[in-house]
Design a protein around this ligand. Structure first.
Ligand code: ADP
Ligand code: MG
Length: 263
């Protein structure tokens, strides 16, 4: 039968919201008993377990709140497949200090060169570091902005975005925006200026942004803010998807040949 102090202790730990303490205190007591560790060491170890678990849960919440379409990390990125990418700069950005300085990151390059993969890996690292992140496709964000405005929720949404440390705008340039959409996007960039870091991936050189934004004036103002303090990563190699498809096809052809010669 569970004793009264145990029941009380478990109740208090629940009230104090110390779930890892609650889960581990018995096991840890046995362990510390074996090791003849003192009371302080016992308490310290439990506090450490709670702290580590709390950090992990918070990071998981931040990753969920960021709404990544697919999770990608840097360890699955093959830099040798894309030598045009500045690996040293990516590794430096992984440390996240650019967000303390409210600097932006721009990833420019053809389709399939790993821009989204890298942006996701960088933003994921930011979540692990305790930073608030939101990930959008550029068109997804514009659609949301238009919807929120319709529902008179725009200001709240913009305020919520303002609280992030990093906003990712993936794939700017595939679809041109309406006039209202471009203006709303400019609002986000304007409000983020010197407050929140922006990370933009695009297949378009700067000259072509006017076609997407629809206005020279707006494009100029947007680029001005975006590029004031910016790290630019250029990827101009072959498409990883195409190369992979080619490799697969070659593998199949080779297999077919082997099969033919084996006959
Ligand atoms: P982009 O956004 O530039 O069009 P993606 O990041 O979507 O390209 O990359 C396309 C696919 O190829 C993704 O599945 C991505 O994980 C993979 N990929 C691209 N480049 C690399 C690379 N250098 N190493 C490993 N995987 C890569
Ligand atoms: Mg992409």
């Amino acid at each position: 039968m569970t004793s009264k102090p145990t029941l009380l202790l478990e109740h208090h730990l629940k009230q104090l919201k110390l779930p890892s303490f609650l889960r581990e205190y018995e096991k840890m007591a046995a362990l510390c008993g074996q090791e003849r560790a003192d009371y302080q060491t016992y308490l310290l170890r439990l506090a450490e377990v709670e702290l580590v678990d709390r950090e992990r849960r918070a990071a998981e919440r931040r990753v969920k709140a960021a709404r990544f379409p697919v999770l990608k990390t840097l360890d699955t990125f093959d830099f040798s497949a894309q030598p045009s990418i500045n690996e040293a700069l990516i590794r430096e950005l992984m440390r996240g200090e650019y967000m303390d300085r409210r600097e932006n990151v721009l990833l420019i390059g053809n389709s399939g060169t790993g821009k989204t993969h890298l942006a996701t890996a960088l933003a994921f690292a930011a979540c692990q570091q305790g930073r608030g992140v939101r990930f959008f496709t550029a068109t997804g964000l514009v659609t949301q902005l238009l919807e929120r405005r319709e529902d008179r929720e725009l200001e709240r949404f913009l305020k919520q975005l303002e609280r992030s440390d990093l906003i990712v705008l993936d794939e700017l340039g595939y679809v041109p925006f309406s006039k209202a959409g471009a203006e709303l996007l400019f609002d986000v960039v304007g409000r983020a200026y010197e407050r929140t870091s922006l990370m933009v991936t695009t297949n378009l050189p700067f000259e072509a942004w006017i076609e997407i934004m629809g206005s020279e004036r707006l494009t100029g103002a947007l680029l001005d803010r975006l590029t004031h303090r910016v790290h630019i990563i250029e990827a101009n190699g072959p498409s990883y998807r195409l190369e992979e498809a080619r490799r697969r096809q070659k593998g199949q052809t080779a297999k077919a040949k082997d099969a033919a010669t084996a006959d």
